[in-house]
Design a binder for this molecule. Structure first.
Ligand SMILES: Cc1ncc(COP(=O)(O)O)c(C=O)c1O
Length: 482
């Protein structure tokens, strides 16, 4: 029986032996009080050392699966292994409306998937080849040696103190007046947005946003049961007349805007339009959630102040930041800068939900930020992404027949086609191993069937050119012209 055990290289042998014996006991193949082979016999049967076997037996004893009688040997404990009559629940029937809607809106599950050999323009994640792992490793070791014990224990719901202080200064350097405001560290923008909506909105409330907008934000707004009202966004940014019309007609609880490198259009709202937007919403007393996720990827021109900076000492703008595009999305760190009273409530919701964001991650991240590595990295990343962006734009203009190409930076461009259905186009391109994100998923209504988003951050220049050519050829076959 034991000689059938297959030993592999990827795990300690004593753990493999312990797990093997355990599974035999649980399956009822070894009975209570049955004597196991002596360590000498087992070692020779498996061709391993006696120490390995003794170690495995000791662990089994610690876990209560065997007992050792001095001078007599090792015996199987009396573990009641009885499988009751099968009890199955049809979980499909049990899922509530929140679960059902989450699944329905889960585009990762339902949209065209990448397969080996495909050129994918779906992602707008950073290119991991740019990450400076060595510097991050240094920060990890540094924090572990300085305060390893502390950061491995529970921390504060609001976040790791030094990171909060760093980010307050960081926001001040963006021109934001932080008096009367505070920061809550979150698991990226996504959690931040969810926390703010949880804290401030009720099912059925009206919310204003750009149309199109960030698909994850749409999903979260829908899951909160909000009435989403989109305002068109064009080359100059949000259509302020349409915005005012909407504000005159209905009452809004809150609004959500992405003023820099908007997803999916890549449009940057001008300083004048930011001020106008702020003033219109101020007149109607509708607070603003500002998504500052991509601000750092400015490729040219002067710094544009976030809307949060326009409000000075005012507290009506809730700024949500994230390092997911500028640095590492895998670390899931974002923050909410908001009025102190509001932060207090957000902190309690955060604590109720998940206690806090990983202190270890926050501490290492803080070390990395303050070491200067971040600034070095951002200079390098900006240069590389700018070159890619310029190349992608050039290729799009050359190869893709379109009504309009939008995007002033960031990691993607947005294309409006001339009467071509982008889903039909996707099907054709997929046959030629090129995929992209159909634009309709970014719309809060049924528009956008003639649009698509092309993310280029992780695609080589060769593949950008090859892929865009294929997209262009398929558009022509469907009847589109330059
Ligand atoms: C508009 C927008 N905001 C924020 C984010 C970042 O979200 P997170 O910080 O949760 O990764 C993204 C990522 O694509 C985005 O497109």
């Amino acid at each position: 029986m034991f000689s059938n055990m297959k030993i592999t290289d990827n795990k300690f042998v004593y753990i493999q032996l312990k797990d093997y014996i355990k599974s035999m006991i649980l399956k009822g193949l070894l009975r209570a009080d049955e004597k196991l082979p002596s360590s000498r016999e087992m070692a020779s049967m498996l061709n391993v050392s006696r120490n390995t076997v003794m170690y495995a037996y000791e662990f089994l004893q610690d876990e209560g699966f065997v007992y050792i009688k001095k001078g007599k040997g090792t015996f199987v404990s009396d573990i009641k292994v009885s499988v009751e009559e099968k009890w199955n629940i049809d979980w499909e029937d049990e899922i509530n409306s929140y679960g059902k809607l989450s699944e329905k809106l889960d585009i990762i599950k339902h949209e065209t998937k990448w397969q080996k050999g495909m050129i994918s323009f779906k992602s707008i994640a950073p290119d991991e080849k740019l990450f400076n792992i060595e510097e991050f490793k240094k920060s990890f070791l540094n924090r572990m040696s300085l305060e390893g014990e502390k950061v491995l224990n529970y921390g504060y719901a609001k976040g790791y103190k030094y990171l909060i202080e760093y980010l307050l200064k960081y926001m001040e350097n963006k021109g934001v007046d932080i008096e009367g405001k505070d920061i809550l560290i979150t698991n990226g923008f996504t959690e931040g947005f969810d926390l703010v909506l949880t804290c401030l909105t009720n099912k059925g409330d009206n919310i204003l946003c750009e149309n199109p907008t960030h698909n994850t934000a749409i999903k979260i707004m829908k899951l909160h049961g909000l009435n989403i009202k989109g305002v068109q966004i064009g080359k100059k940014g949000v259509d302020l007349q349409e915005l005012e019309k909407k504000l005159k007609r209905d009452k809004y609880k809150i609004s959500y805007f992405i003023p820099s490198y908007h997803n999916p259009t890549g449009i940057v709202m001008s300083p004048e339009n930011r001020a106008k937007l702020y003033n219109v919403l101020k007149n109607y007393n509708v607070p603003i959630i500002e998504d500052g996720f991509n601000e750092e990827l400015r490729y040219s021109g002067t710094h544009v102040l976030p809307i949060a900076a326009l409000s000075g000492k005012g507290n009506s703008v809730i700024y949500i930041g994230s390092f997911s595009k500028v640095l590492f999305p895998g670390i899931r760190i974002g923050w909410i800068l908001s009025d102190k009273v509001l932060t207090g409530y957000l902190e309690s919701i955060k604590r109720a939900r998940n206690i806090h964001t990983s202190s270890l991650d926050q501490a290492v991240f803080y070390d990395y930020l303050k070491s200067g590595s971040f600034h070095k990295y951002i200079r390098k990343a900006r240069k590389i992404y700018r070159e890619k962006y310029e190349f992608a734009l050039e290729c799009a203009q050359k190869y893709i027949p379109s009504r309009e190409i939008l995007g002033e930076g960031g990691m993607h461009i947005f294309i409006k086609l001339k009467n071509i259905d982008s889903r039909q186009l996707l099907e054709k391109c997929c046959e030629r191993k090129v995929i992209f994100t159909p634009g309709d998923i970014f719309y809060v209504d049924d528009r956008g069937r003639d649009t698509l988003r092309l993310g280029f951050s992780r695609v080589s220049e060769d593949n950008i050119e090859r892929g865009f050519k294929i997209i262009g050829e398929e558009i022509e076959k469907l009847g589109g012209t330059i």
